[in-house]
Design a protein around this ligand. Sequence first.
Ligand code: DQA
Length: 146
Amino acid sequence: MKKILVIHGPNLNLLGKREPEIYGKVTIDQINKKLKEIAAKKKVTLEIFQSNHEGEIVDRIGKAKKTCAALLINPAAYTHTSVAIRDAILATDIPTVEVHLSNIYSREDFRHNSLVAPVARGQISGFGLDSYVYGLEAAIKLTKAR
Ligand code: DQA
């Protein structure tokens, strides 16, 4: 069975309580449950990882080279700052879908630039939980194209 790595970046462990007017009330557990339901129906397995630490995320992407067929990532604040995560995706050469709960382009200027987007196959931003749902569907298709 094909495996997809799902990475949630910093502060996403706080979803539900964190700025609900922006991110809604959905919790990371609810997101993961939904993703697992979809994965089960589509016969793929998920490896889900959340970290507040850039290096841990880099390490996890590096390990995925051998084991995972695609990456679904919400890099959170690292979207806008992390050359290291961008380089890890390039080095691993793993088909990547970037997702955001909020529409990063309708927010502060510093959120308008993603360092990850140019090395991802695509980006989905602004649909809350559904960003992950659409993102997972895209990632599943990418595993089939491989
Ligand atoms: C986010 C958007 C980022 O700008 C922010 O730093 C986050 C969450 C989102 O899902 O909307 O932590 O990635």
